[in-house]
Design a protein around this ligand. Structure first.
Ligand SMILES: Cc1ncc(COP(=O)(O)O)c(C=O)c1O
Length: 514
């Protein structure tokens, strides 16, 4: 087995506050580039050692057994080259059976537990007043403390409803970073979305513990400039998906809450990965090492006026979402829209069985053995890549590894979409499907139709929950490293066809031959 390097937690804690100390941590972090699923610090020193002491080995095992399996269909690199050409270099247009390891998204791709499948059989499909709804409602209320719960078919349905009510021309929605569907729904309403990521979050390869934090100085300045009356909502995305799956600290949530409260701006949490974020708080934020995850989660939501949620992430559900909030008037407006777009308020866009699966998944996700394994497995892959010199976003995020495509392919200019080119190369070489999070997803055109690129050119390899084992992850790292060693052969891409909104889903591209 690869060797174990104890992780200096104290360095991490001291580093939590200041940029300079981040670099102190950075050095330590590199030294501790772990090469196995081993614990990042000796478990005997872990505050919850008593929970772990029956199996205090160095290797963190998957905390589940496999009861049902799905085949992976193997194909050749030559076949995949043809498939990619037929899909116009767009991974969303590739059939999933042609993919060996599917890291397109962690959304809706979780393996459900035997308990969730059992819950599915308990699903009551009554149109109104189903007990499945009340179990779902109780789970959301218990976990978040938010009293008004509205089920939707997925996260973006919650967003569509919320922004249809709160959005409109001349309004600004401020955030650490808005996810693509969130931004699209805001813009569709005529409003503008404004991202204010903290300074550390702008540098993909500089590690810092809470790179998902919102820049509170920028927030205050923006409110002073535009006026609070033009800012209907502040949204904190936890973890920050588009910014590398990086966590937001409790301190930052508290500060954002205080600023918003002072200006009567409601604060909503985009809560897709609330449990992963809570685990990072437990690991990295002073004062939380001994706090059980459900308590951290409760505190996190205590600063919020509401949340939007895609249950396809941290609820291990294959479909589902919800809105939850305190404000009765807003909830009523949401329910009014819900009945014309999603369904009756006790099922939203969901079947009773989905409500059951979500209710159970929301509790399961807060299991600390699960979260330890989950976050460690992402870190394991990230550290293997760092050790091989591959430019990746650092430190590891909560649900995905983010390759820095600009650093990976410096010979491809941003208007030839290096991230998308890398996605294609990973697919052809090893059958791995990832997604570009860069100028194809977020780029805009100026008046001269010149590309205004995104701040970062990333390739996200999202790891589905409880689906792949350590050997799958080892294979992924081998493929990435082999592609890295042949990176000069990769060519840029040009767009043949695109749609005006969320173009990355349907865009058609072709390679630019040298
Ligand atoms: C941070 C974030 N917000 C919102 C969404 C939208 O959720 P859904 O895909 O369920 O519509 C996603 C999905 O990927 C997400 O990651």
């Amino acid at each position: 087995m690869d060797s174990f390097h104890p992780h200096d937690k104290n360095h991490f804690y001291r580093a939590a506050g200041t940029a300079i100390l981040h670099y102190v941590y950075l050095e330590k972090y590199h030294q501790a580039a772990l090469l196995s699923f081993t614990a990042p610090f000796p478990l005997s020193s872990h505050p919850h050692y008593s929970h772990y002491h029956h199996h205090c080995m160095k290797t963190i095992i998957e905390p589940f057994r496999i009861k049902s399996v799905e085949p992976i269909y193997f194909n050749t690199a030559e076949a995949r080259q043809l498939i990619l050409e037929k899909a116009f270099y767009n991974p969303f247009l590739i059939h999933s059976e042609d993919v060996l390891i599917d890291l397109l998204t962690d959304s809706g791709t979780s393996a459900m537990s035997s308990n969730q499948w059992a819950g599915i059989m308990q699903g009551d499909e009554s149109y109104a007043g189903s007990p499945s709804f009340f179990r779902f409602e109780k789970a959301v209320k218990d976990i978040t403390g938010l009293p008004l719960v509205i089920p939707t078919h997925q996260g973006r349905a919650s967003e569509k409803i919320l922004f249809s009510i709160m959005g409109g021309k001349g309004k600004y929605f401020v955030s650490n970073t808005l996810f693509d569907t969130t931004r699209a729904n805001i813009e569709f309403s005529g409003a503008e979305g404004v991202d204010m990521i903290c300074e550390e979050g702008r540098y993909p390869t500089v590690p810092a513990p809470f790179k998902g934090n919102m820049d509170t100085v920028a927030l205050q300045k923006f409110i002073d400039e535009k006026g609070a009356e033009h800012i209907p909502l502040c949204i904190l995305t936890v973890t920050n998906n588009s910014g590398g799956g990086q966590p937001v600290s409790m301190q930052n949530i508290r500060e954002v809450h205080a600023i918003c409260k002072a200006h009567a701006i409601p604060l909503f949490i985009d809560a897709c990965r609330f449990a992963e974020n809570a685990w990072f708080i437990k690991l990295r934020e002073p004062g939380y090492a001994d706090t059980p995850v459900p308590e951290i989660v409760r505190e996190l939501f205590s600063y919020a006026d509401g949340c939007t949620m895609s249950a396809k992430k941290d609820a291990f559900a294959n479909i589902g979402g919800f809105l939850a909030m305190h404000n009765e008037q807003l909830a009523q407006q949401c329910r009014n829209l819900l009945v014309i777009t999603e369904g009756f308020p006790t099922y939203g866009g969901l079947a009773g069985r989905d409500l059951e699966a979500i209710a159970i998944g929301l509790h399961e996700v807060m299991d600390e053995h699960y979260l330890q394994y989950r976050i460690r497995s992402i870190e394991y892959l990230t550290n293997k890549l760092i050790a091989a010199g591959v430019p990746v976003m650092q430190p590891a995020g909560g649900h995905a590894v983010y390759l820095d495509a600009k650093g990976f392919l410096p010979h491809i200019p941003v208007d030839q979409y290096p991230g998308q080119a890398l996605v294609g190369a990973l697919y052809v070489h090893g059958g791995i499907r990832g997604v570009e999070i860069g100028s194809l997803m977020f780029g805009k055109y100026d008046e001269q139709h010149q590309l205004v690129p995104a701040a970062l050119e990333l390739v996200r390899l999202a790891i589905p929950r409880r689906v792949y084992t350590q050997s799958h992850i080892d294979y992924v790292s081998e493929v990435i490293i082999e592609v890295f060693n042949k990176r000069n052969e990769i060519e840029g891409l040009t767009i043949l066809e695109e749609s005006p909104i969320l173009r990355h889903f349907t865009v058609k591209l072709s390679p630019i031959k040298k």
